[in-house]
Design a protein around this ligand. Structure first.
Ligand SMILES: *Cc1c(COP(=O)(O)O)cnc(C)c1O
Length: 375
């Protein structure tokens, strides 16, 4: 796939960019350019596939790949995404290494996951090579936006939306894929500060057969009421249960969850189809094995958490995802009952975080070939 380039005629001046990069926060500033690739259905080809039983085969073509100035999209008010929410996204980071080169972490995993999300949401597949090339093309232009401060990175946000002007309910025939980029500061200001979690009893994020395993914007919309309910009682994040009689744990609104036991087990809920398959989760499972931990993916109930932290069998609890890497969970509140995590210094979470961040920032050997150079 060839990308055209249309330079931003008014890029942010270098001195202003330096000011932004000194304290970028998260998701507030955007680089000078963005990627756009357009998809158009081949209706005849799609009908053939449909008749052959391949009803989720979105036949069509990607075209007009370009890097263009970051700016508002022009969409019809009848664009399908605005009504029926055919929207999926990804999130990964670009890191500046000490020699000035720019790298990202396991981007083919994100590309493959976006295609799994697309499949669930009846959206087209983007070839994995094109996904990764889009990141490279954007970084060829906006590489100077990757900060080099401690814990800083450039957050990359690929996403796909239904742009067809049509109010009928069926998969759209036009989609856009975009990548935008936003400099991100150190999430924790250097130290791991344990957060307080609220158990969502009133709201579910996902359900069996639903969209929980897709990185679908609507899942986030569905999590906000619970997030506000928890926040109104002073909690930082929410954990969702599977709403079965067993109350098995699922995940937070945008992070997976892990437990460390006193006999060195590292446990995370198994992927059931309602949990998002985090790439950080997958990487931590590998790094945990390397640390000699007994790694387990299985169902874990809320009672096991509550009893485990009370008896001391569970020593550490943490959440993980690209944005915050690893977040220690200091306590969990179930209405008025508060269950406190025994560990206060989270040694295992810290070790795993340091190894992961070490690989991402080029300070530790990348033995699994996880890093991909972008610029
Ligand atoms: C993105 C996401 C995660 C974390 O995935 P990573 O690939 O590790 O960033 C976890 N849960 C949900 C619901 C997510 O959307």
């Amino acid at each position: 796939m060839e990308f055209q380039y249309q330079a931003n005629p008014t890029p942010l001046a270098e001195a202003d960019r330096a000011k932004v990069l000194a304290d970028p926060g998260f998701g507030q500033y955007f680089t000078d350019h963005m990627v756009t690739i357009e998809w158009t259905a081949d209706v005849e080809g799609q009908n053939k596939a449909f008749e052959a039983g391949e009803y989720l085969n979105m036949v069509g073509d990607w075209s007009d790949a370009r890097v263009e100035p970051f700016g508002p999209l022009s969409l019809s008010p009848a664009a399908a995404v605005l009504h029926y929410a055919q929207e999926i996204f990804e999130g990964l980071k670009a890191y500046r290494h000490d020699d000035g080169s720019v790298w990202t972490f396991r981007p083919y995993k994100n590309a493959a996951r976006m295609n799994r999300s697309a499949h669930r949401m009846a959206m087209p597949q983007l070839p994995e090579e094109a996904f990764v090339k889009a990141l490279e093309e954007l970084m060829a232009r906006d590489g100077a936006w990757v900060p080099n401060g401690e814990g800083q990175s450039l957050y990359l946000r690929p996403f796909m939306i239904a742009t067809e002007e049509f109010l009928g309910v069926r998969p759209a025939r036009n989609f856009n894929f975009h990548v935008i980029a936003s400099p991100a500061g150190n999430y924790f200001g250097g130290e791991l500060k344990p957060v307080s979690i609220w158990v969502s009893r009133d709201f579910a994020r996902a359900g069996e057969g639903g969209t929980g395993a897709a990185k679908f914007g609507g899942n986030y919309a569905a999590s906000l009421a619970a997030q506000l309910q928890g926040a109104s009682r002073g909690h930082d994040q929410v954990i969702f249960l599977d709403r079965s009689p067993e109350d098995s744990l699922e995940e937070l609104g945008g992070m997976n969850v892990f437990f460390v036991t006193k006999d060195n087990k590292l446990i995370t809920p198994k992927l059931t189809g309602t949990i998002l398959e985090g790439i950080t989760r997958d990487s931590i499972l590998q790094l945990g094995k390397d640390e000699g931990l007994d790694v387990q993916e299985r169902s874990i109930t809320f009672n096991e958490w509550k009893d485990g932290v009370a008896s001391g069998d569970i020593q550490e609890v943490f959440a993980c995802g690209t944005a915050a890497v690893i977040t220690p969970i200091g306590q969990v509140a179930d209405l008025e009952e508060v269950h406190t995590t025994p560990s206060t210094d989270f040694p295992v979470a810290n070790t795993l975080r340091n190894r992961l961040v070490g690989i991402q920032t080029g300070h530790e050997e990348d033995i699994y070939g996880w890093m991909h150079r972008l610029a």
